[in-house]
Design a protein around this ligand. Structure first.
Ligand code: SF4
Ligand code: SF4
Length: 367
């Protein structure tokens, strides 16, 4: 396992995320499948992963409980625990911290995070007094390193990262968001302050584990032995500011593939990086509809559909999954199912977008 020094300790480059552990689907409440999850943890420990990430809210608290049970058999100094305080779930930070120690069966947390800082909640965190309290716990040795996980805009990240001399920040970082989102800017904000990064969503919730057939083919032709997902890990671990890359591993195949990727040190070569960026562009172009929102199509639509809005939802759905179009089911606007397939829109479209085909796909998805 690749290792990287952090302050006066050594951390595995790959961290075990405990938010997508296998579940007992047959039982009420779908608790974590202890047997299968323990197998994953034991394999992770055997292969040298020493960073274990969870949170107060994961699996309604079952993730922390499970991790406490699973790690009992290992010496406490052979692994590092990371967990998080979520103000939305329970604002009583004193009680939450005590509960977390109990769930995890420990008297200190190695990496403690203010969870999911966003534009709408960062003031709440700031004004609650929790940061001062956690700083005090750090002085007492109950927290070793204090950080936060970020889901906010770059401006909020810049502000929040200046509130305290944070030991680390957990950031969503992957090659797609680097190219087409704000990940590069966020990385640079943290780099300017020399704050080490723990990476979440390196494979964008699994979306970068399987691109389009052509983009997958391009990557496979460059390195037939590498999985498509492993390209995302190889890319992100090559960034200087990255300390640990988290993966929420839910089965043995996944952890074995990841261990294989992190077995040896080394980043992507210049030519590999170029290949990856070409695949990324190909993926985006093939998956996304190039609507420019000119609205030339709108006036003649007999169904009155807000076509550019629906195409924006479609692009979002292709990238992030069906949950992002759930709101269309209850919307009062004319819906994709109202499309009569007349094709008038495509006739007006400078991008020649096959709108009726997309409306049919959305309608099918929304059934
Ligand atoms: S094909 Fe559908 S979306 Fe396009 S103009 Fe006709 S009804 Fe409207
Ligand atoms: S005409 Fe084409 S590009 Fe313009 S808004 Fe309609 S679908 Fe989008």
């Amino acid at each position: 396992m690749e290792i990287k020094g952090y302050k006066n300790i050594e951390l595995s480059r790959l961290g075990m995320g405990n938010m997508r552990l296998p579940l007992r689907e047959d039982l009420e409440g779908k608790p974590i499948d202890r047997e299968r999850a323990q197998e994953i943890i034991d394999y992770a420990m055997e292969k040298g992963i020493n960073y274990y990430d969870t949170a107060y809210v994961y699996n309604g608290g079952d993730s922390e409980k499970f991790l406490g049970e699973a790690m009992k058999k290992y010496p406490r100094d052979s692994y590092y625990l990371a967990t998080k305080f979520n103000i939305g779930a329970n604002p009583d930070y004193r009680a939450v911290f005590e509960q977390q120690l109990e769930r995890l069966g420990t008297d200190y947390i190695d990496f403690y995070l203010v969870h999911a800082v966003m534009d709408h909640n960062y003031k709440k965190y700031e004004e609650s007094g929790c940061i001062e309290y956690f700083k005090e716990l750090k002085k007492q040795g109950k927290i070793r390193y204090l950080g936060f996980s970020n889901h906010s805009s770059p401006d909020t990240l810049r502000y929040f990262s200046s509130l305290y001399d944070w030991d680390f920040i957990q950031l969503q970082l992957n090659y797609y968001d680097w190219q087409y989102g704000s990940a590069k800017e966020e990385y640079e904000i943290c780099s300017e302050k020399n704050i080490p990064l723990v990476v979440m969503e390196p494979v964008r919730g699994g979306r970068l584990a399987d691109l389009t057939p052509e983009a997958n083919g391009l990557l496979k032709s460059a390195h037939p032995q590498w999985s498509v997902a492993s390209w995302a890990f190889r890319w992100v671990k090559g960034l200087d500011g990255v300390q640990v890359v988290l993966s929420g591993m839910s089965d043995m195949a996944q952890i074995k593939d990841n261990i294989n990727t992190f077995d040896k040190a080394g980043a992507l070569s210049e030519s590999d990086r170029e290949t990856l960026m070409r695949a990324c562009e190909m993926f985006r172009n093939q998956m996304q509809v190039p609507c420019t929102k000119c609205r030339y199509c709108c006036d003649d639509c007999p169904a009155g559909i807000d076509i550019p809005f629906m195409l924006m939802k479609y692009n979002n759905y292709k990238l992030n999954g069906a949950w992002v179009i759930e709101d269309l089911k209850t919307s009062e606007k004319p819906a994709p199912k109202d499309c009569v397939g007349c094709g008038k829109c495509t006739g007006h479209c400078p991008q020649s977008i096959n709108v009726p085909e997309i409306m049919a796909e959305l309608a099918e998805q929304l059934k």
